[in-house]
Design a protein around this ligand. Structure first.
Ligand code: ASP
Length: 325
């Protein structure tokens, strides 16, 4: 799917959000607007979350064909806080296990008045395929597509960075880890290049290095210390063992921490006000040392909190695009 095709599929004729499949092709002001809108759904820890009736009478179906904690829970809470009915399909108990095609599953749920499908799948292209086949009044939100894209994660990461750095340009952002398999890094890279210019430094073990064609504005840096030097933002990623086929010759956890882990000593090379991010799930003392994950520069729980606000903003935006339908 090229950028203009995605744009046509994602947006209505009047430029509103119909589906969210990728950040590619979205305009800078469109993304800024979604980030601004999500601030409206923020609430202070310990205070009751904001609720509204924006999705009253609507049905949101979570279809997760891959494990998830944060994304699935936050989509569910986001929809419930906006008064939708939420169905979390237990995919292990669903008829897909009996050979039903994904489209037949979708048509079945559509016949029960599903308005939104939140989809996570291990195969590339599934969210777009569903989006092309649903009724005009149904929306599809990509909640993680293979190693390709994770747009709501990209948005929550941009929001978290903006909250600390005010602007989303002129930043030095270092991403360390399994970049070969990371949809999170790809969506962040896409988002940063739309909002930028930003300097994106990528560090990965040679066997987990990304295809640099996917990061036209990124640079692959061999020396991790050099990549962290003066950074404003550091994101670490876990090794996605579930996507590595066959027997892997990867180093042990201890060796990985020594070579690629974000330790306190390494972090001290970044700017003193640098923030530390991780999309989760986190493997402590592998890609990130425990004291860094829990330290004052860590914004990992804030990312989770922002995930809920972003998903509320995205749900509000797709329902707004169909007002009057
Ligand atoms: N939770 C993120 C994802 O779904 C990152 C990860 O699994 O490592 O891609």
């Amino acid at each position: 799917m090229n950028e203009s095709e995605t744009g046509c599929l994602q947006l209505t004729e009047s430029g509103k959000l119909r589906h969210l499949l990728t950040l590619r092709g979205l305009r800078r002001d469109f993304i800024s607007d979604l980030l601004d809108r999500s601030e409206h759904y923020q609430h202070k820890p310990g205070t009751p979350p904001s609720r509204d009736k924006a999705l009253d009478g609507r049905t949101v179906v979570n279809l997760f064909f891959e494990p998830s904690t944060r994304t699935r829970a936050s989509f569910e809470l986001a929809a419930k806080r906006m008064s939708a009915d939420v169905l979390n399909l237990d995919v292990n108990m669903s008829s897909r296990k009996k050979g039903e095609s994904i489209l037949d599953t979708i048509y079945t749920l559509q016949a029960m008045q599903a308005d939104v499908f939140v989809v996570r799948d291990a195969s590339a292209g599934i969210p777009e395929f569903i989006a092309r086949n649903v009724q005009p009044y149904v929306s599809v939100l990509n909640a993680g597509e293979a190693d390709v894209s994770h747009p709501t994660q990209g948005l929550l990461d941009l929001l978290t960075i903006r909250q600390h750095k005010q602007n989303l340009d002129g930043l030095t952002v270092t991403v360390i880890g399994d970049l070969k398999h990371s949809r999170v890094a790809r969506s962040l890279g896409e988002g940063l290049s739309i909002m930028g210019p930003n300097e994106l430094r990528l560090v990965a073990p040679p066997e987990l290095a990304p295809d640099m064609e996917l990061y036209p504005q990124g640079v692959l840096v061999d020396d991790i210390d050099e990549a962290i030097n003066g950074a404003d933002v550091i994101m670490t990623l876990r090794i996605q063992r579930e996507r590595i086929k066959g027997k892997s010759s990867l180093m042990t956890n201890h060796e990985y921490l020594q070579k690629y882990g974000l330790t306190e000593e390494r972090l001290s090379r970044a700017r003193p006000d640098a923030i530390v991010m991780h999309p989760g799930p986190m493997n402590r003392d592998v890609e990130i040392a425990g004291p860094v994950a829990d330290g004052p520069q860590s914004v990992i729980t804030q990312q989770v909190n922002n995930g809920l606000a972003i998903r509320m903003a995205v749900l509000a935006a797709v329902f707004e695009s169909r007002q009057g339908q």
